[in-house]
Write a protein that binds this ligand. Structure first.
Ligand code: SF4
Length: 150
């Protein structure tokens, strides 16, 4: 069993109401080999929703209270993102997947890159807050791009 981002398997849970379908990962769900999670939906955010980015840092900084997550209206959505991260960790603990594949660049799911907090499309090295929490618990997260190379 592996755990994957819900948007990667065609669920329309992205902020813009769309998905980021990856056929190879979808096949695993169809075969009963993967479980799909969306931390932002777990956190109580609606779909569609305003895009949000981590200000001044990455998910580890958010966990340490050094950074917050805001949407394009300026609303602080850190609590919702944190709630979603902890719920995702609960799902991990329940199912004990052997691998976690999350969507790159997301403020929740990114594992190598995230947007820089200026809503200008610039990316920086860093992880989303769900990935940070999983990593803090000793769980490795890879992106859909890394999964494609396996
Ligand atoms: Fe949900 Fe993560 Fe996909 Fe964003 S990247 S829509 S939080 S599963």
């Amino acid at each position: 069993m592996i755990m994957v981002s819900a948007c990667l398997v065609g669920q329309n849970v992205r902020y813009d109401g769309n998905n980021s379908l990856n056929e190879k990962i979808l096949r695993l769900v169809d075969e009963g080999k993967a479980i799909a999670v969306c931390p932002e939906v777990f956190g109580g955010l609606s779909t569609p929703r305003l895009p949000a980015e981590i200000e001044n840092g990455d998910g580890h900084d958010v966990l340490e209270g050094k950074s917050k997550i805001v949407d394009t209206s300026g609303k602080d959505v850190t609590e919702e993102f944190l709630n979603g991260a902890y719920e995702t960790l609960n799902v991990f603990k329940e199912f004990q997947p052997s691998m976690v594949v999350l969507k790159e660049n997301s403020p929740s799911c990114g594992s190598s890159f995230i947007y820089d907090g200026t809503f200008s499309g610039n990316k920086i090295q860093g992880v989303g807050v769900t990935t940070a929490l999983l990593e803090k618990n000793g769980i490795q997260v890879i992106s859909e791009k890394e999964f494609e190379t396996l």
